[in-house]
Design a binder for this molecule. Structure first.
Ligand code: SF4
Length: 331
């Protein structure tokens, strides 16, 4: 057991200052990822700054008619919110497809964005892992790769991003609001929030050390009510995606005017597919268009030795998500 200190921040300024000045400090919210990884000694912060008392637990009207979701809104509350279910069903469905009711009652909006990979070698201190220990190598590349990524991989890391909610948020074009210890606030489009593994698999987002997520902004776009999340996994509950798809469609007179497509379970980050969106824009709504979009989304996929099945699986999942979304009426 590694020793660590624990403090309770009363406001964002105190919290960001405490973490910024200590390179080994971390924010503590729901704790559903962090405590797990501390028990495994994969993450070893020397100091935890509890932010759960900060006033960040509300879902409010956001800019330009959208919604602002506080960083500490629990996953279960967000999934069941009537406004979310009506205006952004893809988000509610994605959250409910993840983890268990007990975990969703604890897990926060901000924490969900920052989930760590479930690559088994990352969680095993006896395996080489560039993400856990930069420069040590990647045991997965010569190991069992069934659950690993087929999109966005690098020579240094092939780990899959494990989340569901961030895949839906990617399809919704959400933005992450943050605050730094300087008091500076920034809004980061989710498309720019996650970084490719590239040279440094340990770096997963553009967040600076000590920068606190305060909210997630959802856009006002009305047609996102026509959206859907489909996830396929090894068992029906409490399991991570082998492949998932989050989609939103703007359909008028039987033609797709605009689309949003994001994939999960197959990529190193929540994977927005601009190729699929381009294939859908202007197409006649229907299965031929859904299949063309799925082919476009997976065109650059590169399988590992044990997971070629994921490419066809992801195509089918995306076709099903598009079929479901297109069948939804907008009130
Ligand atoms: Fe580590 Fe990434 Fe390799 Fe998994 S795939 S062992 S997380 S470097």
């Amino acid at each position: 057991m590694n020793l660590f200190t624990y403090s309770h921040a009363k406001d964002a300024a105190t919290a960001t200052a405490a973490v910024t000045r200590d390179a080994h400090a971390a924010f503590f919210g729901g704790g559903t990822t962090l405590v797990d990884l501390m028990q495994l000694e994969v993450m070893n912060p020397k100091s935890l700054v509890d932010v759960t008392s900060l006033p960040l637990s509300r879902i409010e009207n956001g800019p330009h008619g959208g919604l602002r979701v506080g960083a500490l809104v629990r996953n279960s509350e967000l999934a069941s919110d009537e406004r979310i279910r009506r205006r952004y069903p893809v988000l509610s469905e994605a959250i409910l497809s993840g983890a268990s009711p007990q975990i969703r009652n604890m897990a926060t909006t901000a924490g969900n964005l920052l989930q760590r990979t479930r690559c088994p070698y990352f969680r095993d201190l006896f395996s080489a892992c560039n993400k856990r220990e930069p420069g040590s190598g990647c045991a997965a590349q010569a190991g069992f790769t069934r659950v690993h990524a087929v999109l966005g991989t690098s020579e240094k890391c092939i780990a899959t991003f494990p989340g569901d909610m961030p895949v839906a948020l990617m399809a919704l074009d959400a933005a992450v609001r943050t605050q730094k210890s300087t008091g500076n606030v920034r809004s980061i489009p989710l498309a720019d929030f996650y970084v490719g593994y590239g040279e440094d698999p340990a770096r997963e987002t553009v967040l600076e050390h000590g920068e606190l997520i305060t909210a997630v902004d959802l856009p006002p776009t009305g047609w996102m009510a026509r959206s859907s999340y489909v996830k396929v996994r090894d068992r029906a509950s409490y399991e991570f995606a082998l492949a998932s798809a989050a989609v939103a469609l703007d359909i008028s007179g039987g033609t797709v005017r605009e689309a949003r497509v994001a994939l999960g379970g197959i990529a190193t980050k929540p994977w927005r597919s601009l190729e699929a969106e381009k294939a859908l824009a202007g197409a006649r709504a229907g299965e031929p268009a859904w299949r063309a979009a799925a082919d476009a989304a997976l065109a650059d996929a590169k399988p590992q030795k044990d997971n070629a099945f994921k490419i066809e699986l992801a195509r089918r999942v995306l076709v099903r998500a598009l079929t479901t979304a297109a069948s939804r009426e907008i009130a």
